[in-house]
Design a protein around this ligand. Structure first.
Ligand code: FES
Length: 97
């Protein structure tokens, strides 16, 4: 089993653990953090966000990201599994009440 890693939201300073096979999106929700999402299968890009540190792998072969976006650090949390600690920027994140 993969070890848990820490995902930190750069703007809010909130952090949560993520552990495969949970995606970054699922891990956030389990920790009470709501990230924007819609399709949850890597196609609609509602969840796209910038990760300025760390690496992810994907559940699907062709997540809806261009090569340029990947190079710039954009990820799709709904299909991304954190492989290392991540720092992500999601200005629209909120906490479950
Ligand atoms: S929620 Fe649609 S691509 Fe992530």
């Amino acid at each position: 089993m993969d070890k848990a890693v820490r995902v930190t939201l750069a703007g809010q300073g909130w952090a949560f653990d993520a552990q495969a096979p949970a995606t970054v999106l699922q891990s956030a929700e389990r920790a009470g953090v709501r990230l924007p999402s819609s399709c949850r299968n890597g196609t609609c890009r509602t969840c796209i966000c910038l990760s300025t540190s760390g690496t992810v792998r994907y559940l699907i072969e062709w997540p809806g990201l261009s090569a340029d976006e990947k190079r710039e650090g954009y990820i799709l949390p709904c299909v991304a599994i954190a492989e290392t600690d991540l720092l992500i920027a999601v200005p629209a994140a909120s906490r479950f009440a």
